[in-house]
Design a protein around this ligand. Structure first.
Ligand code: ZN
Length: 314
């Protein structure tokens, strides 16, 4: 009964090994399964194989042939088995131990190799420390600013930059004078709010002359901060108030000239607006030269427009 069980196990192993061998596995798995095949054959053939390998017993090869043929034909009779078993028992027990030991060792090597190679991953390589290069420092990628470079120029006052969610696309610049000796954004805001009902100062920027604000100081009004339509240059279609930035210089330039600092601040402010909104100097107007504007002296008969244009880059 025990022998029959071993024989069934051997047949199963042989069949499994054969099936595995004809499937497209890696060479490593083939080696493992060759081992399986041999193990199955070994169980089937048992001591005959050992005797055959040793080749010291004349009867061993005959016995192997008989046993192998009968296993295949399924005609191994019980009587013959008993006869062969009795013969085998007479063999030298010491020799059998050695044979068994060698065979077991060989199978262990086969299984070990098969198990080692049986993998789809490459065999890990030993990397010598001398071949490991120093880790390279990866430079962080530079994120390009989405706004023009002027917007991050530290020399540009922060309040010149409108909130991006409010910012409009301005297309022109209109220059005014206050036609007064003094003033500032707050004063003009009060005048325009109370006297003219314009809802507050009509300009986007006011450049002081040193009287009520600093000489050349640029004040930013709520019109600019909120990107509102101006109230500084009336035209039939109101294009200037809607699309042009209104800048007022404190002073009456029918009588006097703007201060040097006012001109410098004006040129700097206009330069910023030109760059940000791509406004050429041909779209920088005095109030009196604005297309569609009513006749006026503003920004004063002595306002040096040519000098201003010469101070602009484009
Ligand atoms: Zn004006």
């Amino acid at each position: 009964m025990k022998k029959n069980l071993k024989r069934v196990l051997g047949v199963i192993l042989v069949i499994l090994g054969f099936l595995a061998l004809i499937t497209p596995f890696s060479p490593g798995s083939w080696l493992l399964l060759i081992g399986l095949e041999i193990l199955g054959l070994r169980i089937l053939l048992e001591d005959r194989l050992r005797l055959f390998l040793k080749d010291r017993h004349k009867n061993a090869f005959r016995s192997l042939k008989q046993r192998f043929g009968k296993v295949l034909r399924g005609k191994c009779s019980a009587a013959k088995n008993r006869e062969m078993n009795s013969k085998l028992k007479t063999k030298n027990s010491k020799q059998r131990k050695w044979n068994s030991l060698i065979l077991h060792f060989a199978f262990c090597i086969l299984h070990f190799l098969g198990g080692c190679i049986y993998t789809d991953e490459p065999v890990p390589r030993i990397v010598h420390s001398s071949t490991i290069s120093e880790p390279k420092l990866v430079q962080p990628s530079v994120v390009k600013p989405t706004q023009p470079i002027e917007s991050i120029d530290k020399s540009i006052p922060g309040d010149w930059l409108p909130l991006s969610r409010l910012e409009k696309k301005w297309t022109a610049i209109v220059i005014h004078h206050s036609a007064t000796e003094n003033g500032n954004a707050a004063i003009f805001d009060r005048w325009h709010r109370e006297g003219k009902d314009w809802g507050g100062v009509g300009y986007d920027f006011v450049i002081g002359n040193g009287t009520d604000s600093g000489d050349g100081q640029v004040e930013v009004t709520f019109r600019w901060r909120q990107q509102q339509t101006g109230a500084h240059c009336k035209t039939p279609d109101n294009w200037a108030n809607e699309s042009a930035v209104g800048i007022c210089l404190v002073g009456n330039f029918n009588n006097a000239l703007p201060t040097a600092r006012q001109m410098q601040s004006l040129a700097r402010l206009i330069g910023f607006l030109q760059n940000r909104y791509e406004i050429s100097k041909s779209r920088v107007y005095g109030h009196n030269s604005t297309p569609g504007a009513r006749i006026t002296d503003c920004p004063g008969k002595r306002f040096p427009m040519d000098q201003l244009k010469s101070m602009l880059a484009f």
